[in-house]
Ligand binder design. Structure first.
Ligand code: ZN
Length: 172
C-alpha cells in the first residue's frame, strides 16, 4: 500500500467524468488499498479515485468516529437507487479543496447499489453523515465539487484563491 498525492483545486482533472470499472481484480483492489491508505493519512472520511488522478468510478469511505474500530467501505460503480424525502444540512469539506467548507443541503437518506471489493453486487441504505458522504463522493465521479453549490460569485472567489496559491507555489 502507498499513499498517493491528492489533486487539489484548480486541477482540471477533478472536473473529469469518471468511467465505469469493467472488472474487479487485484489491480483494482490495489488501487482501493492505496485510496484507503491515502484517505486515512490525510485524514479524511472519503476519497474518490479521481482525487488521485484515476478517472474510474470508485470511492472509499469511513465515517466512524475517532476511537471506534475502522469500517472501511469500498464502492465500485455506485448508483443511487433511492433518495429519501427528508434533507440534512451539513458543512462539508473536501480533501481536494483544503480549508474550504460549504454548507450543503442534501437528502438525509440514500440507497446506493454498488459492487464491493470482492466483486459482489451490494445495496446499502444509508442515513446521516454516511448518506451525505456517499452523495459527495458520487458527485466527484461526475466531476462535481462542493464549490458548485455556492453562488457563482463565491465560487469564483474560491477558485481565484487556489489559482493564486498554485502560481505562488510554482515560483517558490
Ligand atoms: Zn471531496
Amino acid at each position: 500500500m502507498t499513499t498517493r498525492p491528492i489533486l487539489t483545486l484548480p486541477d482540471p482533472v477533478l472536473r473529469k467524468v469518471s468511467a465505469p470499472v469493467e472488472r474487479v481484480d487485484d489491480e483494482l483492489r490495489g488501487l482501493l488499498d492505496d485510496m484507503l491508505e491515502t484517505m486515512y493519512a490525510a485524514p479524511g472520511i472519503g476519497l474518490a479515485a479521481i482525487q488521485i488522478g484515476v478517472p474510474r468510478r470508485v470511492f472509499v469511505l469511513d465515517v466512524t468516529e475517532e476511537g471506534e474500530p475502522p469500517q472501511p467501505l469500498c464502492l465500485v460503480n455506485p448508483e443511487i437507487v433511492a433518495l429519501g424525502p427528508e434533507t440534512r444540512l451539513h458543512e462539508e469539506g473536501c480533501l481536494s479543496i483544503p480549508d474550504v467548507r460549504v454548507e450543503i443541503e442534501r437528502p438525509s437518506t440514500v440507497t446506493v447499489r454498488y459492487i464491493d471489493r470482492s466483486g459482489q453486487l451490494q445495496e446499502l441504505a444509508a442515513e446521516g453523515l454516511l448518506a451525505t458522504a456517499i452523495q459527495h463522493e458520487i458527485n466527484h465521479l461526475d466531476g462535481k465539487l462542493i464549490i458548485d453549490f455556492l453562488s457563482s460569485l463565491k465560487r469564483d472567489m474560491v477558485v481565484r484563491k487556489f489559482k493564486k496559491q498554485a502560481r505562488s507555489a510554482e515560483v517558490l
